[in-house]
Design a binder for this molecule. Sequence first.
Ligand code: HEC
Ligand code: HEC
Ligand code: HEC
Ligand code: HEC
Ligand code: HEC
Length: 303
Amino acid sequence: MLACFCHFLFLMQRCGATENIANANCRCGFTYVRQIFYIFIVSMFSSQVFADKNIVPTSIISENKVCIQCHENENKQLINDWRNSAHAKIIPVVDCISCHGGIHEDAVVKSRHDQTCIPCHGGKEASVVHSYSSSKHGTLMKLEKNSYDWNLPFVLANYRAPGCGYCHMHKSNHNVSTTVRHDLMNDLETKYVTDSMSTVCQDCHSPRYISRLFSNGEGMLEIARKKYREANNLIEQATTEFGAEKLATANRQLMKMQQHLRNVYLGAGHQSPDYQWWHGQPALDGDLLRIKDNLGELRRLGK
Ligand code: HEC
Ligand code: HEC
Ligand code: HEC
Ligand code: HEC
Ligand code: HEC
């Protein structure tokens, strides 16, 4: 439409506006009225062409809104799901091009590889990524990724081992936020998340196996929460005896506990025994002991 409008302005200029616009002839031989009619027909025709579902772009696209313009017609749900996800709400936005790139013919295959997600999610050292790569799924993926057919969608065990997208964007779900809970200290979102995630697991595992794993995982997370709550309560009680400065060490340790609690969560979610046991529970036990020691020491010195 913009192009047509510019075209119109260009013609206006070429012809030179006169008082009687409706009847004036321009050098191209059309009256203004006819030109407007002509431009209207052309713009109708061209928007029909662009809306044609079969037209697939062949040049590199560098703007998110170009993808959305076409794909909103094709699949409104997909665009809405993306809009409701943390990816669309954060600044800078994680847009279509961040995952699909700007070359249309490669768009879907590119997005399916773990390497699309990993650099943004902290790189391979980050706990969210390492908890996955140290799991059996991650190990299999590393060994087998070159033998998978990445043209296939994330359904029906098309891949032997799942990668990031298989679980978090299963059946092309573009709202990744529906696949994770947002508050580790309570289980308000747990049922919803585990129900939807367990349908993913059941592409490859039996329902009984998965429901047992999930209830073990919740049990483990609850034990971790108890350790955190105990430490938190001890520090809170101690605020009646000591000022903030004296409690700084204990509070720093409590911050570490949040990280270790998250490790237990990631260990259970990403099925990494290493994160459940080594980076998770024993680390929390250590934190709790140190906090108790530290408060004991303050009391001894205080006497
Ligand atoms: C001119 C309209 C148009 C634009 C612009 C457009 N697409 Fe598409 N796209 C289509 C059509 C039509 C299809 C379905 C045909 C096909 O599967 O190749 C499609 C298919 C896709 C697919 C699925 C391909 C498959 O093999 O399943 C992805 C992914 C995709 N587009 C992403 C994007 C992204 C990302 C952008 C922006 C960089 C974009 N598209 C811009 C029209 C468009
Ligand atoms: C976080 C990464 C990510 C973002 C952001 C993203 N996509 Fe996707 N998209 C994927 C993955 C992964 C798949 C493959 C899912 C599958 O195989 O089931 C996919 C699949 C698709 C498909 C194919 C759907 C189908 O059912 O075949 C289209 C079309 C598409 N994306 C368009 C878009 C558009 C348009 C945007 C921007 C609004 C966008 N995507 C944003 C990762 C992303
Ligand atoms: C086997 C399926 C599976 C795979 C593969 C997988 N995840 Fe997860 N992911 C989960 C589950 C399950 C959770 C926990 C969901 C819950 O209970 O809240 C989770 C949690 C997360 C979280 C939330 C962490 C937080 O602290 O809030 C992020 C982010 C994440 N995964 C990203 C990734 C990335 C990136 C990859 C690939 C490197 C990946 N996941 C691979 C299933 C998977
Ligand atoms: C361009 C960077 C980028 C890419 C690419 C990317 N992400 Fe993200 N992702 C983010 C950011 C930023 C957040 C929000 C983090 C936060 O809120 O702490 C996020 C959040 C998430 C979450 C948690 C959503 C929530 O509500 O807390 C999941 C799950 C996730 N991404 C999975 C993926 C998967 C799977 C892929 C690959 C298909 C991917 N991401 C690709 C940057 C990216
Ligand atoms: C695309 C198929 C696929 C999906 C989806 C999948 N897995 Fe797996 N999973 C496998 C394969 C293959 C193995 C390796 C089996 C073996 O030990 O030979 C495995 C192994 C495991 C193991 C380790 C078992 C052991 O003996 O060490 C656990 C635990 C597990 N999966 C849980 C899950 C959970 C939970 C989900 C959903 C969040 C899930 N899986 C999703 C394919 C899948």
